[in-house]
Design a protein around this ligand. Structure first.
Ligand code: ASP
Length: 284
């Protein structure tokens, strides 16, 4: 298994060493797994459980004070699923995998996505607040209950980027997985790029990519799809990720990062934000 994981594009974190240790462990645990989709989901699961990352526990909060999680998964064989707007669901990537493997759909949202989690024994009702998120939220002015009041609050507070994802191949199969709590103080119900096919994640028989960054710009640009298309057109993963992120920055003026792998096990990553930590592992 050849596996790469990212811990989100964004600023330079206060605790890069600790985050790197978690990323290294997540990559190692995933690479031990038999099959690429499960390997990538297993890797992401470690990060969803760690409050240092914006996914699962430690996720960003929305304007109504509720944390909702989103994720998407895709394999080179076309298995595709996503789940979004899930309060109390730590392992959003696991729900996306269930949507991909157990339903005829590609995206399920809200309470019904939480119901799917429950039906497939993925824990629900989990407290996703980390102490750091709680402190940050407590310092903000009250957003108000009305949608227009909350929009005012969002205009002042919305921002930040960070998320987690993994790509993996064993030479036969290939997969991409991305999971997030979204962006800080987004309007309640906002869904970013992460559960959108071709934006937050994408895979073909030959290539897979997972993205992170300003989700609205990533969705408009179709970042994961463009990286995979570049690899399908002959770029190696390093060139594809570099060039596409440069094009993304020039076209949108926004910040993002991406990791990619091809079926030959070659990997690449690029970002135009101040930082994006990654880890890689190989096991054959
Ligand atoms: N792309 C994610 C979102 O917009 C956030 C991130 O990757 O930092 O929901």
């Amino acid at each position: 298994m050849e596996l790469v994981v990212h811990g989100g594009a964004g600023g330079v974190p206060d605790d890069p060493k600790q985050r790197q240790q978690v990323l290294d462990r997540a990559a190692a645990v995933g690479a031990e797994t038999a099959e690429p989709l499960t390997a990538a989901v297993t890797t992401v699961r470690v990060l969803e459980a760690d409050p240092r990352f914006n996914a699962g526990v430690g996720s960003a909060v929305q304007s109504d004070g509720i944390i909702r999680t989103d994720a998407g998964v895709m394999t080179g064989a076309g298995t595709t699923g996503a789940a979004c707007s899930m309060p109390g669901v730590e392992h959003a990537a696991g729900v996306a995998q269930v949507v991909a493997e157990e339903t005829p759909h590609v995206l399920v949202s809200g309470q019904q996505a939480v119901d799917i989690a429950e039906a497939f024994d993925i824990p629900t009702g989990v407290d996703l607040w980390s102490p750091a998120t709680g402190e940050r939220w407590a310092e903000l002015p009250a957003p108000g209950d009305e949608t227009r009041e909350q929009l005012e609050f969002v205009r002042e507070q919305f921002g930040g980027i960070d998320t987690v994802g993994a790509v993996a191949t064993d030479g036969d199969g290939i997969a991409a997985v991305t999971s997030t709590g979204g962006r800080w103080c987004a309007l309640a119900g906002r869904v970013g790029d992460v559960p959108q096919i071709g934006a937050g994640f994408y895979a073909t028989e030959h290539a897979a990519a997972s993205t992170t960054g300003a989700g609205e710009a990533i969705a408009r640009f179709g970042l994961a799809r463009r990286v995979v298309d570049a690899m399908e057109n002959g770029d190696d993963p390093e060139t594809a990720t570099d060039r596409t992120i440069r094009g993304f920055g020039a076209e949108t003026g926004a910040e993002a990062g991406v990791i990619a792998v091809d079926i030959d096990g070659r990997t690449g990553s690029a970002f135009n934000s101040d930082g994006m930590q990654t880890a890689a592992a190989s096991r054959y």
